[in-house]
Ligand binder design. Sequence first.
Ligand code: 5GP
Length: 172
Amino acid sequence: MEIDRILLTQEQLQTRIRELGAILSAEYAEKTPVFIGVLRGAVHFFTDLTLQFSHPCQYDFIGAASYGDGTQTSGRVQLTKDVMTELKGRHVVVVEDILDTGLTLRFVTDWLKSKQPASLKLCVLLDKPERRRADITADYIGFTIPNEFVVGYGLDYQELYRNLPYIGVLKP
Ligand code: 5GP
């Protein structure tokens, strides 16, 4: 497998992430939000996005797995790591790489809502609305993309390609 083409360049990613950071900075100026990154695909998006947030905030991480080693969802979601922060009464922003079928984020957001945060919003870098199976929409979206399997900037295929600085489409 190799990269067929670049869908989003490093520059396009960084420009859009600066915009998202400005939007979040305006909306959460006084709220000391807890940014929760979903491991592991969101790592680069999480760090770049939070560096663009210009007010006090906290970090935490949650682990969830739904894909096996292939490119199709297994449909089953498993929590692999819970958050450490007390979320009751807090303003939570979940930061995820991609919203595809929505099964992972449906599970993760239901889990986090049970901890009674004051608010919970969802920020995703990529949205693939064509494949949605769960009833969920993101509050902040970097890019809406077509139904293609993408890698890079945290996203993997069989655990590889996460360190590409751009988002690319794999050769079929
Ligand atoms: P969902 O539960 O929404 O179907 O999928 C969420 C997870 O599936 C993402 O966090 C990501 O790990 C994986 N995923 C979905 N679409 C893609 C894709 O196009 N490329 C890669 N590498 N992973 C994907």
